[in-house]
Design a binder for this molecule. Structure first.
Ligand code: SF4
Length: 87
């Protein structure tokens, strides 16, 4: 990735950036979401605990939807890919 590029690279593929840059981008994305789009920190941790104990969590991703669960779980409008009764 070009170091002169803006914070978010809209045109980069995973193979074009380092894993450190990629994960930092995910956390920056979460950080920069508008507060109105996010669940409370308590709800976020509750959701992540559900994912941690779920057999569908693989390397930080939900194998049912392909999302990084930390991104999916932060969004108020999102729900668990398996069931909205889980979160
Ligand atoms: S989103 Fe739901 S199905 Fe996916 S890993 Fe989390 S708890 Fe499991």
């Amino acid at each position: 990735m070009n170091t002169d590029s803006p914070k978010f690279c809209r045109r980069c593929l995973l193979k074009d950036i380092s894993s450190d840059e990629y994960f930092n981008t995910i956390y920056e994305y979460i950080e920069n979401l508008d507060a109105s789009q996010k669940v409370s920190s308590n709800e976020y941790e509750k959701r992540l605990d559900s994912c941690r104990s779920c057999d569908h969590l693989v390397n930080g991703m939900c194998e049912l939807c392909g999302c990084f669960v930390e991104v999916r779980a932060i969004k108020r409008q999102s729900h668990c890919a398996q069931s909205s009764e889980i979160w």
